[in-house]
Design a protein around this ligand. Sequence first.
Ligand SMILES: [Zn+2]
Length: 347
Amino acid sequence: MKKRIKHFLQVLLSVILVWLVIFLTINIQSIKDLARFLIGNKNYAYLSNDLVPTDSEYKNLYDFVNLNRDLSVIPESYRSNEPSYNKILSPVDKINYNRMVFIMKCLDSLNIKYDTIWVPDRASRLPAYTCNIFIKENESNIFTIITAHYDNLNKPDYQGALDNSSSVAILLNTIQNCKDLLEVKNVAFLFTTMEEQGMFGAEHFLNYTKDHNFKINKVICLDGIGRGDLSAMNNCMGSFGFKFRNWCFKEKLFTGSSFKDCPDYSKVDKSLINLNKYNIKILHSFLSSTDGRVFIRAGIPTIHLTSNDIPHFLKVMHTNQDRIDGLHYRSLKQCEEIISDIVKNIE
Ligand SMILES: [Zn+2]
């Protein structure tokens, strides 16, 4: 009898060991990423050790995030052009309207032509009051799109520095850097609205591309850039989170507050950008939720670029703590230089 029990325990132990080896092996990437996150979290301090200078080329970022308070950076002539229905908007609702007008003003000052694609607000049922801003200086109907959403949460004193004011400033500076090339490169730029309200802006843009018979080669989507190193994240069809396999090897997602079955996602497509050349890391175990998903659903190859300081991202996202003094100047410059180089190397 004793022998049988001993034998049973030996078999049980072997099964547990085999399970443990498989569990650790299939989760090795998640374990590495979790360890990196925990170390980063332990050493985390909110304030940036590389503040964005106010007198640099990123002065536009300071202007951009203060638009709910300081409208002096937008000339009155721009604001008086607003559609008449805009008059019913509250000051808080005007935040995104002012952000849109600010981008137009910057493009006008560079002499860059753009299309305005007005987007109805399906969530609040308000009439359209913001638009996607689309820049395509070349004649071709086949091109790459570099995009960032410009809308913020409608909250007083909310800067949305990391999400997504920084990417807008980077894109504006890139357009300025590459201004003379835009006519000969098959590239377009897109500032989307209503990403925060279910990515309606990006969805609406797809109709526009169909109407114009555009064929989009690929999309480079900037969201969450400005703290740490430039990185690429898997595009998720559900929410942001950390993915791993549970005890029965089923893929799960931890959203920060709950565990759920892992939604569909598409892995980073390494063929879209030369990740080695630019030293862009892949955040393998993290899934992002941004405009990129809309393009992927439409079958367009898309890569989402972001920053790798996940502890900062989780601490500030969608709170009034998401401010410029938490950003790294070198992160903005790194991304701007890479995107400018990508534009220069497009056919
Ligand atoms: Zn965002």
